[in-house]
Design a protein around this ligand. Structure first.
Ligand code: CDP
Length: 242
């Protein structure tokens, strides 16, 4: 992350794509898009296009990856080879993808009733078809809908969003250019029911006060994101705003 050009990312208080600092990109979600999956969803979040599919529970394989007391969440986040023109980092299972898969597994381990399925695994696939900044947050938000559609018992439907810092301004939901040149990026995942933070990563430096405000911005954005998630689920049952 380069700091040298962050000043160019905001002009007269507006971002380069015309958004205000606390404005989300447009988000739309469609549930049940993959016939063979237990649950699935497709999200368009700004220019991001991501599909998620959930399989299981099924016997954990190889066996040593399972836990005799509870289910194991196995998440696989990948970017399709055509998803970006980025020069660094190859698509597919690289180091970054392993990291995102791990933190995403932790987000979902927090809300699935794992103890109901000892020795089993639940597979959550997140495939980025087109990436434009904030794909881990958009992927988690999408996978949460896929998981809800799978019928696997869950305590909550988490959402995720990232808050960044451009100069001294906190900005919600950075796109790729902002992500590249911003001064900080804080992706978060939250369980809306009890407000629990299950993902908090930080690239760059924020003061304690800025971090508190960033969390507050994410929580506030969550009201909109959660509503879009619930509507996507409700549409499958012929109801709006389930
Ligand atoms: O996607 P997210 O912001 O959560 O993760 P990141 O590692 O901060 O990457 C920022 C953005 O860079 C991604 O959203 C992609 O748009 C892009 N990227 C890419 O195009 N190719 C990669 N191999 C890695 C990142």
């Amino acid at each position: 992350m380069s700091k040298k050009e962050s000043k160019d990312l905001m002009i007269d208080g507006k971002r380069l794509d015309g958004r205000n600092p606390d404005e989300l990109r447009s988000i739309s979600i469609k549930a049940n898009v993959i016939k063979n999956a237990m649950g699935s969803a497709y999200i368009e979040w700004g220019m991001n296009k991501i599909v998620s599919a959930v399989y299981g529970p099924s016997e954990a394989l190889p066996k040593h990856t399972g836990d005799s007391e509870k289910a194991t969440i196995k998440c696989r986040y990948t970017m399709a080879p055509f998803s970006s023109l980025e020069e660094h980092g190859r698509p597919g299972m690289n180091r970054r993808a392993v990291e995102i898969s791990k933190v995403t597994s932790e987000v979902f381990s927090n809300i699935v009733l794992l103890e109901k399925f000892p020795g089993n695994e639940i597979d959550i696939y997140i495939e980025v078809l087109q990436g434009d900044g904030g794909t881990r947050a958009a992927g988690i938000t999408c996978a949460a809908v896929a998981l809800a559609m799978s019928g696997i018992p869950i305590r909550d439907i988490p959402f995720a969003v990232s808050v960044g810092k451009i100069g001294r301004t906190l900005v919600l939901d950075m796109n790729k250019i902002e992500d590249n040149y911003s001064d900080a990026d804080v992706p978060m995942a939250i369980n809306p029911r009890n407000g629990e933070l299950t993902l908090l990563q930080m690239d760059g430096i924020l003061t304690g006060e800025e971090l508190s405000r960033a969390i507050e911005m994410a929580r506030h954005a969550g009201e909109t994101i959660s509503r879009i998630q619930r509507n996507a689920i409700g549409e499958q049952y012929g109801q709006i705003d389930a």
